[in-house]
Design a protein around this ligand. Structure first.
Ligand code: ADP
Length: 393
């Protein structure tokens, strides 16, 4: 019988899952992946096999909305019945915040779980939802090992100045500093980079994780030295619905002049800004690219402009640049955004091969380009599965 690891990524109303199978060797193969979306309402379940074919779908009606615990129970029963006979050895979780304590993945026990729960104020919109399934599984399947993998951990290598805010110690001593996020994605790219570009892997690379959430990370010798997200995942680039960096004075203006409550401000900066807020149309880059509305154009222009500005800042932190890597939904699948970003980065020595970019090649810079440009699909789930396997052995 082979072994399996289940990777879970839980949000406020969704559970994304992936099951990986492994034997005695190092290889891990994806067996099935999918999601339960719309928990606490009209929930929907779907699953795809390793070839991307939908193999199951189910909907719940509004009168019996499943909670996270119900969703997990359903999911484990479904996996047991439908996904072969592999023995589930452990569950790996994506957890957004490891704070200053956790600089790498950790096997969760009750004391660790209590520590992680104390970090909730640092990521109130994500951390409680990430931890909920850990507690539910500990209750439903007490013997099953669980591992927490953090979005912040990869950035622990950044020098102290890159992590510091210019605030007094009475505030920074409470853990207020730049943590950075998307660490599992950057860790995966850092791991595969030597296969594509050994010189950049040993040198200076900026990785662009451009999905619904978006950030950039400066890698020196494959270690994070700077990143655009900070204390929270709302900092840096404008995103699908998040505003990215704004003058802190804007927050004061919202409090004092607009009399907005903290909750209302949270909703504005996390859910009503970014591509969606600027365009007034959608947070989905595909819809904006298809639209002729001036709002859509402004949202795209602002997204690209801010990437250019932040890229310049990271190149300064690195003292030069050998390669750029595009990744995540927009980075992997939008030739138009990649072309616009590369046009803006011509001053650093980026020369785009337009034909390779349109074709979806892995290397999309010209042979003579001083800075090489790569498109590398990220795989945060595989990273979590590998960490989980390593920690249970
Ligand atoms: P998440 O951060 O939720 O994991 P993804 O990495 O899947 O998100 O990225 C989602 C984003 O990618 C959305 O803005 C979506 O519009 C965009 N996207 C997906 N496919 C394309 C495409 N072919 N062209 C442009 N944008 C795309």
């Amino acid at each position: 019988m082979s072994n399996a690891i289940i990777v879970l990524n839980c949000g406020s109303s969704s559970i994304k899952f992936t099951e990986f199978e492994f034997g005695d060797g190092d290889a891990m193969a994806l067996r099935v992946g999918g999601a339960l979306e719309g928990l606490y309402g009209r929930a929907r379940f779907w699953a795809r096999d390793a070839r991307g074919q939908i193999i199951a779908q189910r909907e719940w009606d509004e009168t019996a909305p499943p909670r996270h615990a119900d969703g997990l129970q359903f999911l484990f029963a479904w996996l047991k019945e439908n996904v072969g006979d592999a023995q589930v050895r452990a569950v790996g979780h994506r957890v957004v915040h490891g704070g200053t304590t956790f600089s790498g993945p950790v096997r969760v026990d009750p004391a660790i779980l209590a520590e992680l729960e104390k970090l909730a104020p640092l990521a109130p919109l994500h951390q409680p939802h990430n931890l909920l399934p850990i507690r539910a599984i500990a209750e439903q399947m007490p013997g099953l090992p669980q591992v927490a993998c953090f979005d912040t951990a990869f950035h622990c290598t950044a020098p102290p100045v890159a992590q510091a805010f210019a605030l007094p110690p009475s505030i920074t001593n409470r853990g207020v500093r730049r943590y950075g996020f998307h660490g599992l994605s950057y860790e995966y790219i850092a791991e595969v980079l030597p296969r594509h570009d050994p010189q950049a892997a040993a040198g200076r690379t900026v990785v662009m994780h451009l999905g619904n959430g978006a950030s950039l990370c400066a890698l020196q010798d494959r270690r994070s030295v700077a990143t655009t997200m900070g204390f929270t995942a709302v900092d840096g680039l404008p995103m699908g619905t998040r505003c990215g960096s704004i003058d802190p004075g804007v927050i004061l203006y919202m409090i004092k002049e607009l009399q907005l409550t903290p909750e209302a401000i949270e909703t504005v900066i996390y859910s009503e800004s970014g591509l969606k807020g600027v365009s007034g149309i959608s947070s989905d880059m595909r819809e904006l690219l298809e639209s002729t509305d001036p709002g859509a154009k402004l949202a795209i222009d602002l997204f690209v402009y801010r990437i250019g500005r932040e890229l310049g800042s990271l190149v300064a932190a690195l003292g030069g640049l050998d390669a750029i890597v595009f990744s995540a939904g927009i980075g992997e699948r939008s030739p138009a955004i990649r072309a616009a970003v590369c046009r803006q980065a011509a001053w650093i020595g980026v020369e785009l091969d337009s034909e390779a970019n349109e074709r979806g090649a892995t290397l999309i810079s010209t042979p003579g380009s001083p800075v090489r440009v790569w498109v590398i699909p990220t795989n945060e789930e595989l990273m979590i599965a590998r960490h989980t396997r390593a920690l249970i052995h």
